[in-house]
Design a protein around this ligand. Structure first.
Ligand SMILES: NC(=O)C1=CN([C@@H]2O[C@H](COP(=O)(O)OP(=O)(O)OC[C@H]3O[C@@H](n4cnc5c(N)ncnc54)[C@H](OP(=O)(O)O)[C@@H]3O)[C@@H](O)[C@H]2O)C=CC1
Ligand SMILES: CC(=O)[C@@H](O)[C@H](O)COP(=O)(O)O
Ligand SMILES: [Mn+2]
Length: 385
């Protein structure tokens, strides 16, 4: 029996994780659940999974929930302290980090410091402080398994091989909803257009990241830290079908890939059950029905966010944390329909260009850069309105 903490249980990854748990009650038990503001869904999950501790963002919501659940309910916590409590409860073996954004960093670090294994969906954690997170993982001797589909594919394609034999990692990208739109049209696209991902059903923030291709930029930085390889050995290929989830090219020319239907349950389950495989009730990949699997270089002029991510990775130190912070603010403004699609990349580029990176020696350096990047992005957005 593996005992789980699920951070971000009310979101897309969180719900898929709990569906896997529900299908394998003899193998997984839920110790903690953390939500943001979706109390209705959290209450349903509490009924179903009977956790010992839960957290929500607002203290007022926590008070209401505590009153409603009564003395027989779980411990109800809130804010960052609540996330930390859900990440480090003594009975937890593994924490699934499915919170969105840099809010995932502090609880993920708390889980690592408490000796928990990590199933990492929250890519922003590695973007903001990858070197520090991976140093903590090594120091505490815990396991960190990727949930992100591309990184799970690379993890699987690396099994049984040596890092020194890798020529490059090839991350596949769908290209998002605007892959085939002329660049000149991108100033007119709507929120609804950007939320219409061609292949994946995901939360709103990552769906916009896919439309700008910042998602792939964040994933390049995530791969750099997860697999300890420099940016020069990480390539991105547009693969519209999202069937080949990513690849590893070896020095002898062999290319190892992982294929599957685009459903996050497969990589989530592998992170939960590694090195075993869980039986999942998913449709098989119908190889004979695949008429075309294509690959192409990304267009960095049309998708400047991807270039900005490479720029931040090359700058190092606090630059990726600033890139991520500016992206979170700009995407939030786009989701509120306060800015246009092209304003996202413009804002991030201007924030990044005004940043002089500092060294990342402590988690506080990353958190300070995160705050600074948010402030700068808000200033730029205020000038736009
Ligand atoms: N969805 C996918 O297929 C994939 C997602 N990922 C990554 O996984 C992470 C989660 O993505 P996804 O599930 O799509 O996102 P969702 O938006 O669907 O879910 C996010 C979860 O985090 C909670 N949350 C949001 N903000 C906060 C906060 N400040 N403090 C605490 N909790 C918060 C939400 O709570 P509530 O809803 O209750 O407000 C929700 O439970 C992201 O980092 C994403 O990049 C990676 C690969 C694929
Ligand atoms: C499912 C997953 O891992 C997402 O990160 C997905 O890859 C997004 O698709 P894009 O390739 O369009 O960014
Ligand atoms: Mn991904």
């Amino acid at each position: 029996m593996k005992r789980l903490g699920v951070l971000g249980s009310t979101g897309s990854i969180g719900v898929s994780t709990l569906e896997i748990v529900a299908a394998h009650p003899d193998q997984y038990q839920v110790v903690s659940l953390s939500a943001g503001n979706n109390l209705k869904r959290l209450k349903e999950q509490i009924q179903r999974f009977r956790p010992q501790v839960v957290s929500v963002v607002c203290p007022d919501a926590a008070r209401l929930l505590r009153d409603e659940l009564g003395p027989d309910g779980p411990q109800v916590t809130s804010g960052v302290e609540g996330l930390i409590a859900c990440a480090s409860h003594e009975q937890i073996d593994m924490v699934v980090t499915a919170v969105v954004g840099s809010a995932g960093l502090v609880p993920t670090m708390a889980a690592i410091e408490a000796g928990k294994d990590i199933a990492l969906a929250n890519k922003e954690t590695l973007v903001v402080a990858g070197s520090l997170v991976m140093e903590a993982v090594a120091r505490k001797g815990v396991n960190l398994y990727p949930v992100d589909s591309e990184h799970s594919a690379i993890f699987q394609s690396l099994e049984g091989h040596q890092k020194s034999d890798v020529r490059r990692l090839i991350l596949t990208a769908s290209g998002g909803p605007f892959r085939d739109r002329p660049m000149a049209d991108l100033n007119q696209v709507t929120l609804a257009d950007a939320l219409a991902h061609p292949n994946w059903d995901m939360g709103r923030k990552i769906t916009i990241d896919s439309a700008t291709m910042m998602n792939k930029g964040l994933e390049v930085i995530e791969a750099r830290w997860l697999f300890d390889l420099p940016a020069e050995q990480i390539a991105v290929h547009i693969h519209p079908q999202s069937i080949v989830h990513s690849m590893v090219e070896y020095v002898d020319g062999a290319v190892m890939a992982q294929l599957g239907i685009p459903d996050m349950k497969t990589p989530i389950a592998y992170a939960l059950s590694y090195p075993d495989r869980l039986a999942l009730d998913l449709p098989a990949l119908d190889l004979c029905a695949l008429k075309n699997l294509s690959f192409a270089e990304p267009d960095l002029d049309k998708f400047p966010c991807l270039a900005l991510a490479f720029q931040a990775l090359a700058a190092g130190g606090t630059a990726p944390a600033v890139l991520n912070a500016a992206n979170e603010i700009a995407v939030d403004a786009f989701l509120r329909e306060q800015i246009g699609f092209l304003d996202i990349a413009d804002t991030i580029g201007r924030v990044l260009d005004s940043h002089v990176p500092n060294a990342l020696e402590h988690i506080d350096d990353a958190l300070r850069a995160d705050i600074w990047g948010r402030q700068q992005a808000r200033l730029i957005l205020a000038q736009k309105s």
